[in-house]
Ligand binder design. Structure first.
Ligand code: RIB
Ligand code: CA
Length: 319
């Protein structure tokens, strides 16, 4: 089986975490590294989560740190959704291995050069690291096979009127990435919001992980409560990032259509909006327009069946 050689660029992030579980469960992904970017939380917490999740999943690849803020505009986070740690109530064991000494954009370039056109990027956070890499290394686009990204939307957004969070945080970075010329597969809210977890599916998850790994269902309960208790405009517990990871491992989960995508970098109601022109004769991306939800959900449940045990550190014993 030919494996996808990937770098995962992420801002973990509850849904990032479940996407990483799904990637770990896939048989056709070769993880070359993880790069962390500020987004759902500040970089200090994102870095800890990225290193800790890689350790939990048994990934010995480099974890490299990147941008702690957007290119041009002030940083915002989604702490009201992902909690103070960025991973809700999950008892993530402390990472033992240091982050790689290389900065994310330098690491991406080195891997892309070494793999000579085979490297793919799975980007599930703001696109600042990739944008810096393209600015710093003008020949990088020719070295990448493609970018699969969770971001954008063909209709309404989840930040402002039309902004999707990853593009809203750093619209300038998103615009640079879509202008790079690298083949892009865009997985936006128009499909990820169809992955909302039903009450019956919450029950299935709890049964699947059982008592020994109930920390996973408890984390999803944390995520559900956030959406149901706070008025975030919608009450859908969506597995946004997992859908992008699922598509990378099995393209049958999504129907894609070519489009010319541009990002609104204004500061008003349309900040971070992705505009997809499906009639363009110069498309720069494939945009997801429909999801095979049963196929996707089977992949999510399979990844949870294989989720690693977590040794919960008791506060008393401290071990
Ligand atoms: O809009 C959803 C995206 O923003 C996801 O990647 C989520 O993790 C947040 O980063
Ligand atoms: Ca994310």
């Amino acid at each position: 089986m030919t494996k996808h050689k990937i770098i995962l660029d992420t801002d973990p992030g509850i849904d990032d975490f479940f996407a990483m579980l799904l990637a770990a469960d896939a048989q056709n992904l070769e993880l070359r590294g993880v790069t962390a970017v500020a987004g759902n939380q500040v970089m200090e917490k994102i870095a800890n989560n990225a290193r800790g999740i890689a350790q939990l999943l048994g990934w010995d690849c480099p974890v490299s740190l990147g941008a702690d803020r957007p290119l041009l505009i002030p940083q915002i986070t989604a702490s009201q959704v992902h909690g103070d740690t960025g991973l809700g109530n999950f008892p993530l064991p402390a990472p033992q291995k240091d982050a790689d000494k290389r900065l994310a954009w330098d690491f991406i370039y080195e891997e892309a050069t070494a793999l000579d056109g085979e490297l793919e990027i799975l980007a599930i956070g703001p696109l600042t690291n990739l944008a810096v890499a393209f600015l710093r290394y003008p020949d990088l686009p020719q070295k990448l096979r493609r970018i699969v990204l969770m971001g954008g939307a063909t209709e309404w957004g989840n930040r402002g009127a039309y902004g999707e969070f990853n593009f809203y945080v750093d619209p300038h970075a998103a615009e640079i990435v879509f202008a790079s010329g690298v083949p892009i597969d865009m997985v936006g809210l128009n499909v990820t919001m169809q992955t909302g977890i039903s009450d019956e599916e919450f029950d299935d998850i709890a049964r699947t992980v059982g008592d020994s790994r109930k920390v996973y269902s408890e984390l999803l309960e944390f995520y559900r409560n956030i959406y149901c208790v706070n008025d975030l405009g919608f009450r859908i517990v969506a597995m946004h990032d997992s859908l992008a990871a699922a598509f990378l491992t099995d393209e049958r989960v999504l129907e894609m259509r070519k489009a010319k995508v541009q990002i609104d970098c204004s500061t008003g109601l349309c900040r971070g909006r992705s505009i997809a022109d499906f009639k363009s004769e110069s498309p720069n991306a494939r945009v997801a327009v429909a999801v095979d939800r049963p196929r996707f959900w089977d992949m999510v449940m399979h990844s949870l069946q294989n989720a690693p045990d977590v040794r919960v550190q008791s506060s008393a014993s401290g071990k």
